[in-house]
Design a protein around this ligand. Structure first.
Ligand SMILES: Cc1cc2nc3c(=O)[nH]c(=O)nc-3n(C[C@H](O)[C@H](O)[C@H](O)COP(=O)(O)O)c2cc1C
Length: 366
């Protein structure tokens, strides 16, 4: 867990633990990094090999949350620079997660109050707005916006970007047969539906070649399956994964609710999705696992399958988790939120109220 790890690009992480990307609702209304956001990241960068930031929107149409960090304009670079510095001060590598919310963006955050997506199909969640189908020009412009976002991350001093192709957002929407019903070059069978994610990946890699002066990390996060029909199947994902392995990435980040979960669509032999993907990828392209890792034993077990592990809620509850484990103080790890400790844990408002308002999301001390 505490051995260093060198990624294919040549960037070395001091250990195998990563702060998972978590939206914090703490940025300024215009997408600038805020002071309280800096204190939040500083508090939970210590002890990890890398910090993946909350998702940052690559253009105004892609904003998905109130208080979301933006990477859509050059004027945001100075704030992003401060963020990378704060993470570096604690000894971790800084990875900016870049994304577009697509049909999941709430209308009130958007310029014309209408979300866009691959096709005009709303998500299955209750009350979801029907998006407008993106024009071919908009799709091409969005590919370019991911490239420019990567340039800004490089200029701000980040060590890498993670393409957020998971959790139902635009990259996933293009890959999914639920949200992508297009008949142009960005839609069709499973291979055609990966055109947009692969074009974005190439554009990001192109930005790295053009602008990075030092080794720079490019990761890709995806959700292996969707629960609904039509929806992404594990078979579809295996095909995407084989294409992604050709793109010169540093890692694939498999977004799962529970690290060890088996397929949510297929009966199969019950083997975990992450093992199936690992067996498909082989050891050449590192993968990052995530989901319900709470204790040292949980982490050790997971690291038998993957070389890198991301922790999300556990580092909200106990930002000293990695430091404690490294010092052999695992008995002091806290695994349920201390409701009296908001200030000490540095989870500023409105993040605190937002995460506590979702029943069962954050385990709490009673
Ligand atoms: C408050 C919160 C915000 C999140 N925001 C993001 C995000 O911006 N991008 C992302 O890819 N995943 C996001 N996630 C998912 C986490 O990265 C992670 O996959 C999930 O919480 C499961 O890991 P855990 O059990 O260690 O928390 C978020 C999770 C939480 C709890």
């Amino acid at each position: 867990m505490f051995d260093s790890y060198t990624l294919p690009s040549g960037v070395t992480l001091k250990n195998r633990l990563i702060l998972a990307p978590m939206t914090n609702f703490l940025s300024e209304e215009d997408g600038r990094v805020s002071e309280k956001e800096l204190t939040y990241y500083k508090r939970r960068s210590r002890g990890t090999g890398a910090v993946i930031t909350a998702c940052a929107n690559v253009n105004t149409q892609g904003k998905g949350f109130d208080g979301e960090i933006g990477v859509d304009r050059d004027e945001l670079i100075p704030g992003l620079k401060r963020l990378a510095e704060v993470i570096h001060e604690e000894g971790a590598k800084a990875i900016l997660q870049i994304y577009h919310g697509g049909r999941m963006s709430p209308p009130h955050l958007l310029p014309d109050e209408t979300p866009v997506s691959a096709s005009a199909v709303p998500s299955e969640r209750e009350g979801a707005a029907t998006p407008r189908e993106m024009t071919a020009e908009e799709v091409s412009q969005t590919v370019e916006d991911f490239k420019q976002a990567t340039r800004r991350a490089i200029e701000a001093g980040f060590d890498g970007v993670e393409l957020h192709g998971a959790n139902t957002y635009l990259l996933q929407q293009f890959f999914s047969p639920h949200s992508n019903r297009r008949s142009d070059k960005w839609g069709g069978d499973v291979w055609q539906r990966m055109t947009f994610p692969l074009e974005v990946t190439e554009a990001v890699k192109q930005a790295v070649r053009e602008y990075a002066r030092a080794p720079f990390i490019t990761g890709y996060r995806f959700s292996p399956e969707e629960p609904h029909t039509p929806g992404i199947t594990l078979e579809d994902t295996m095909r995407l994964v084989s294409e992604l392995t050709e793109k010169g990435l540093d890692y694939l980040h498999i977004s799962l609710r529970d690290f060890h979960q088996s397929s949510i669509r297929e009966e199969g032999d019950g083997s975990s999705v992450i093992r199936q993907i690992r067996d498909q990828i082989g050891a050449d392209l590192p993968h990052v696992g995530v989901g319900e890792i709470r204790t040292k034993e949980d982490a050790e077990k997971a690291l038998e399958t993957v070389p890198l592990l991301a922790l999300g809620r556990e580092l909200l509850i106990d930002p000293d988790w990695a430091v404690k484990v490294e010092k052999g103080q695992e008995d002091h790890i806290v695994t349920e939120m201390d409701m009296e400790a908001q200030e000490e844990l540095v989870i500023p408002e409105p993040m605190w109220s937002k995460i506590m308002s979702v029943p069962g999301w954050i385990p709490r001390k009673v």
